[in-house]
Design a protein. Structure first.
Length: 274
């Protein structure tokens, strides 16, 4: 027969660190030599021992915000982000704590804005029939990121010696002087059109944060002007209808409530006049 009761408890405790040994050995269940009661009490102190409730949706949002502020120069760094993201995402999906559309959107928001643009352009070319308002699948974004990013981080550029740079600088100055136009010459200037990016917050339009981290969105939800749909995980009206019109969600909600207030005033005036 194997170890039983107090002997079994002692055999477990001896492998622990000193401070943990002191905690476990001081439990009342050790004194009574009740192994089953001892294990039950231990499990109470360690939330998530059974693999459940390890993470919350806020943990995934915080991870996306953290990585969005970090530079991403290579496919290796994107792979590290994917592994960390999936570690939190998978338990949430298994427990039905987050929608599929929401976790796809959060994955893109965790990619720095300067990397989002080429990924979006690549996906738009590869999937021309994709509906613009729906997020791409997170693995589609990952594959596109591996396509547009180099495999490894490029080595840091070395600083040239000042003495070696002097001849090059002199040559550059002479070359510039030779290329200067004669007085009275008309010079044609060309300007590049600035390509719009996809990194603005779709709720308030700010470029300082992403949709999942928008405090203005949370303020509107707390005030009862909108809510997050349980199934689609999209921001909708309190009656679960989708927000009408086009543009930023904040502007659409403001117009919606302004128009509704005006309509209620007109209705009230009509009833009073009647």
């Amino acid at each position: 027969m194997g170890l039983q009761g107090l002997d079994k408890i002692k055999e477990i405790i001896k492998y622990l660190e000193c401070d943990v040994q002191e905690l476990w050995a001081g439990l009342q269940e050790v004194m009574t030599s009740d192994y089953n009661a001892f294990m039950k009490e231990i499990k109470v102190m360690y939330l998530g021992w059974d693999g459940k409730r390890q993470y919350a949706p806020a943990d995934l949002q915080a991870l996306a915000c953290k990585y969005a502020q970090k530079p991403m120069f290579s496919g290796q760094e994107l792979s590290a982000y994917l592994r960390t993201f999936r570690k939190i995402m998978q338990p949430l999906l298994n427990e039905d704590c987050i929608g599929r559309a929401e976790h796809n959107r959060l994955f893109m928001e965790g990619i720095p804005s300067e990397v989002q643009v080429p990924i979006q352009m690549h996906l738009m070319i590869k999937h021309p029939d994709h509906y613009p308002q729906d997020p791409y699948l997170y693995m589609q974004m990952y594959e596109a990121g591996q396509f547009v990013l180099p495999a490894n981080t490029p080595p840091p550029t070395s600083v040239p010696n000042v003495q070696d740079a002097i001849p090059s600088l002199s040559s550059a100055v002479l070359s510039t002087c030779e290329q200067m136009p004669m007085p009275g010459t008309v010079i044609k200037c060309e300007y590049r059109h600035k390509v719009s990016s996809f990194n603005n917050c779709t709720f308030c339009g700010s470029i300082e944060h992403f949709f999942a981290c928008c405090l203005e969105r949370q303020r509107y939800i707390d005030s009862g002007k909108c809510k997050v749909h349980k199934e689609s995980r999209k921001v909708v009206l309190p009656n679960s209808n989708f927000i009408p019109e086009c543009g930023l969600m904040k502007d659409k909600l403001d117009r919606y409530y302004t128009n509704r207030t005006m309509q209620e005033v007109k209705t009230s005036e009509s009833i009073t006049a009647g």
